[in-house]
Design a binder for this molecule. Structure first.
Ligand code: MEV
Length: 420
């Protein structure tokens, strides 16, 4: 289906109008519309997800507009409790689309599983035995997952690392698995378990940990985009963004917040699509130290024309299959809205949202500051919820901001009695 993710005035519609707009554009079924309304999951399904369930916590699902990634249009579902994030991503994506949108590359879905092997007497022969029996070990790992190997995925290699520990020296084996479109934790952990007896026999050691690593540095995306200087507010804004970025790259206090802004976008898309946000967050922050010291995940420069060039490289432990996605129909509907057909496409869009989010935050921080935008959006949402339509939305929003009285009651009052 071809459509434009640019939907002028989308933010001025009511929730129902927006839902209907999306439903029409993406041909959502009645069932999918009901799912978006929030009536999607019963107690029994909830009880399968976690233990001791007593209820459910609703969060808003918004749609970021304007995204073009690798020449394809995307409407991006985002779940987050923080105001401004969806608007900010949409705004930066609108600027990027002027120069063709985001260009992203995916490394492939290679995930690392770790096996810690203790009490080794002879390290050289332990390593040699693993290397000589590599093919058999990979075949054994693959025997646990025929579906994955039929798709061309599966165990691809074993890397061996020696660790000088505090208590003893030991080996860590890294099983490298191509998990294709899944997040892969279950697949990899199962493979690690089945290898335990062979690893102990071949190394003469004792296996302790068998667990996936969330530092998926062989599963990453690199995304780039150009942001027009005039759309950002002028070349001086570009220069100030470069200075703000410089602080992030030199100072962990700022860098934590800078990278948090990137994760605002990424985590919101992952929450909407049933992914393990903690795995991605953990991996991203360790990846940010790969050059030594905690650094910005994004890099910025300026081109000859004075436009901002942004780049984000980030490991993404994500999937479009399996895990919680099968349990909660909202995740499936969100993935349908996003319209990705595999994890490569998904990862490219997720990373693009991260870059957009960072640019939007930096632009706001170096110009009007973020608080003004927050208050404006907050007031506008309240005006819409109070029933304002068309020009009334802006009018009521402005009045509440001028009066420094942003509340549902005040919005209703102005709507019903404009002269009060
Ligand atoms: C707020 O959630 C995120 C920002 O603080 C990010 C940043 O400072 O770059 C605005």
């Amino acid at each position: 289906m071809s459509f434009s993710s640019r939907i002028p005035n989308f933010y001025n519609l009511t929730v129902e109008e927006r839902r209907n707009t999306i439903a029409k554009m993406l041909e959502l079924t009645e069932e999918e519309i009901t799912i978006l309304e929030g009536n999607s999951i019963d107690d029994e399904a909830l009880s399968f997800m976690i233990e001791n369930v007593v209820g459910i916590l609703p969060l808003p699902l918004g749609i970021a507009t304007n995204f073009i990634v690798n020449e394809k249009e995307y409407l991006v579902p985002m779940v987050i409790e923080e105001t401004s994030v969806v608007a900010a991503a949409s705004h930066a994506a609108k600027i990027a689309r002027k120069s063709g949108g985001f260009r992203a590359e995916y490394s492939g879905s290679f995930v690392t599983g770790q096996i810690q092997v203790l009490h080794i007497q002879d390290f050289d022969s332990a390593e040699k035995n693993i290397q000589t029996n590599l093919t058999e070990l990979l075949e054994k790992a693959d025997s646990t997952n025929k579906i994955l190997t039929d798709l061309g995925g599966g165990a691809k290699d074993i890397e061996i690392r020696r660790i000088k520990g505090k208590l003893e020296n030991y080996l860590v084996l890294h099983l490298i698995v191509d998990v294709k479109d899944a997040m892969g934790a279950n697949a990899v952990n199962t493979m690690l378990e089945v290898l335990k007896p062979d690893v102990e026999r071949l190394t003469g050691g004792k296996v302790l940990l068998r667990i996936i690593s969330n530092l998926v540095d062989k599963r990453y995306v690199k995304v780039e985009a150009e942001f027009d200087k005039n759309e950002l507010g002028g070349e001086n804004i570009v220069d100030m963004i470069l200075l703000a970025y410089d602080l992030a790259d030199h100072d962990p206090y700022r860098c934590a917040t800078h990278n948090k802004g990137i994760m605002n976008g990424i985590i919101a898309v992952l929450l909407a699509t049933g992914n393990d946000t903690r795995a991605v967050e953990a991996g991203a922050h360790v990846y940010a130290t790969k050059e030594g010291g905690y650094k910005s995940l994004t890099k910025f420069t300026k081109n000859d024309n004075g436009d901002l060039l942004g780049c984000l490289e980030i490991p993404l432990s994500i999937g479009v299959l399996g895990g919680a996605i099968n349990v909660n129909p909202t995740y499936k509907t969100a993935l349908k809205i996003l319209g990705v057909s595999n994890v490569e496409e998904f990862a490219c869009v997720v990373a693009a949202v991260g870059l957009a989010q960072n640019v939007a935050a930096l632009r706001a921080l170096v110009s009007e500051g973020i608080q003004k935008g927050h208050m404006m959006l907050h007031a506008r949402n309240i005006a819409i919820n109070a029933g304002a339509k068309g020009d009334k939305i802006e009018e009521i929003t402005q009045r509440m901001i001028e009066e420094e009285n942003i509340s549902f009651d005040r919005a209703k009052e102005i709507l019903n009695h404009p002269n009060t």
